[in-house]
Design a binder for this molecule. Structure first.
Ligand SMILES: *Cc1c(COP(=O)(O)O)cnc(C)c1O
Length: 385
C-alpha cells in the first residue's frame, strides 16, 4: 500500500518539496482533542521545533493547542501564527537575554528554567521591566528512554535540566526572589519513545518528587511532562497515528496530580511526523558493480535525519507500479552520508520518477540547510492543490 498524493499536480513542480497531508494532520489533532476532552486540567503545547511551517502551525492552532518554544524565533513564529502568549511555554538550556525579554514582554505562560544562573537572569530582567515571570524548573529525572542515544535527554549525563537532589533548594532559592513565581515542574526524557514503560518510569519519578515537595509544604500549579511519543516510521500507511490512547492512559493511570494541578504535554513528532513527505525527483539511475543507485534531487540538506541519526524513512515510488527492484537511494550532496536508504525495494525507477520519503513531517523541513548553496525546500499542504 502506498500513501495518497496528488501526483498529477506534483508533475510540473520544482522538486524537492515537502508535502503535508492535512487529512492526516487533522485526524491526529482530533484524536488528541478527544483524549484531552476526558480531562479538564490537561493541556497540549505543540513543540514548534518539530515543524514551524506557518500553514502547519495554523492548523495546529485551530485545534486549540498551545506551543512549546525553544528559542525567541519560535516564540515570534508562534505569535505570528496567532497562538496566544498565555499558551506559550519557553524551554531551552541557553536562553539569550533578548529571548527572555521577548517572553516577558509577550507575557508567556511559563519559562522552563534549566539552571540557577538562568533563574537569576530571568529575575533581573523581569525586575527591570517591573514584571513577575512565571517559571517551572526543568528537572533531569535520570530516566533512560529506550531510543537513539543522540535523542535521550533525561539522563544524568545529558546537559538538560536541574538534578533532582537540588530541586527543593532551587525552589526555595526562587521563593526568595521578587520577580519570579514558581508555578511548575518540567520534564522531557527524550524523543521517538515507543515503550510506555519509559513514560511510566517518568510518572513514578514525578510522584516521588511530589511526595518530597509535600514534605516541604511546597505545592505547584502544574506538572509538565514534555513530549517524546514516537511514531511508526516503518508503516506510515498502516499506522498513520501514534498510540495516543496508550500514551495518555499511562499518565491518567500512573501520575498522581495534586488537587487543582494542571498537566501539560509538549508533543512534537507525534503530531506532525506522519503527515509529511519529502517529494523528490529521480535524476539518474546508476548501475553500480554490485547494486543500483537511484540518485535523487533531495539531499541531507532537505532531510538530515538519516545522515544525523541513521533514521529510517520508508520510501515509495509514487509514479510507478512496475515490479519491485532493489536500490540505494542517494542524494547529490558531496558527502558519503547523503543516503536516504540502502537496499530498499521500490517499483522500478526511471529518470523523472517522483519518490515520496515518508514520515518526514517532524524534524524535516525545519532542519533544512543551504549547504552546497542549495535552495531551501518549499512546504505545501493538501489545500495548496
Ligand atoms: C524537543 C522537545 C519536545 C518535543 O519532543 P518530541 O519528541 O518531538 O515530542 C518537547 N519538549 C522539549 C523541552 C523539547 O526539547
Amino acid at each position: 500500500m502506498k500513501g495518497t498524493f496528488p501526483v498529477e499536480q506534483f508533475q510540473g513542480m520544482q522538486t524537492p518539496f515537502y508535502y503535508y497531508d492535512t487529512h492526516i494532520l487533522r485526524q491526529t489533532l482530533n484524536t488528541i482533542r478527544k483524549e484531552m476532552a476526558k480531562h479538564d486540567n490537561w493541556h497540549v503545547h505543540y513543540a514548534v521545533k518539530a515543524n514551524a511551517n506557518p500553514k502547519v502551525l495554523n492548523i495546529i492552532r485551530e485545534a486549540g493547542m498551545g506551543v512549546d518554544c525553544v528559542s525567541g524565533g519560535e516564540i515570534e513564529a508562534s505569535l505570528k501564527a496567532g497562538f496566544a502568549a498565555s499558551k506559550i511555554v519557553f524551554a531551552g538550556v541557553g536562553k539569550s537575554d533578548w529571548e527572555i525579554n521577548l517572553g516577558l514582554d509577550a507575557d508567556i505562560f511559563c519559562f522552563n528554567v534549566e539552571s540557577i544562573p538562568e533563574l537569576e537572569v530571568i529575575n533581573q530582567l523581569a525586575a527591570s521591566r517591573g514584571k513577575v515571570a512565571r517559571v517551572a524548573f526543568r528537572l533531569n529525572p535520570n530516566v533512560g528512554a529506550h531510543t537513539h542515544a543522540n535523542i535521550t535527554t533525561g539522563l544524568a549525563e545529558n546537559k538538560f535540566g536541574i538534578a533532582m537532589a537540588d530541586m527543593v533548594d532551587v525552589i526555595e532559592h526562587a521563593h526568595q526572589m521578587d520577580h519570579v513565581q514558581v508555578v511548575g515542574l518540567h520534564f522531557h526524557i527524550g524523543s521517538q519513545i515507543l515503550d510506555m514503560g519509559d513514560f511510566e518510569a517518568l510518572c513514578n519519578r514525578v510522584n516521588d518528587l511530589q511526595d518530597l515537595l509535600d514534605r516541604h509544604h511546597i505545592t505547584l500549579e502544574h506538572i509538565n511532562v514534555g513530549g517524546g511519543l514516537g511514531v511508526d516510521y516503518q508503516h506510515p500507511n498502516r499506522v498513520p497515528l501514534p498510540d495516543f490512547k496508550a500514551y495518555f492512559d499511562t499518565y491518567a493511570k500512573k501520575l498522581k496530580l495534586r488537587h487543582g494541578q494542571t498537566l501539560h504535554f509538549e508533543l512534537g513528532r507525534a503530531i506532525v511526523a506522519q503527515c509529511g513527505s519529502l517529494i523528490t525527483r529521480t535524476l539518474y539511475v546508476k548501475e553500480g558493480a554490485f547494486k543500483k543507485f537511484a540518485i535523487v534531487d533531495a539531499g541531507f540538506t532537505d532531510l538530515i535525519r538519516p545522515a544525523l541519526y541513521q533514521a529510517y524513512h520508508k520510501i515509495e515510488n509514487i509514479t510507478s507500479e512496475a515490479p519491485l527492484q532493489t536500490y540505494d537511494v542517494v542524494g547529490p550532496i558531496c558527502e558519503s552520508t547523503d543516503v536516504f536508504a540502502k537496499q530498499t525495494d521500490l517499483n522500478a525507477i526511471q529518470r523523472g520518477d517522483l519518490l515520496a520519503i515518508r514520515s518526514a513531517g517532524a524534524y524535516g523541513e525545519i532542519m533544512a540547510s543551504q549547504y552546497n548553496c542549495r535552495r531551501l525546500p518549499e512546504g505545501y499542504i493538501t489545500e495548496d492543490f
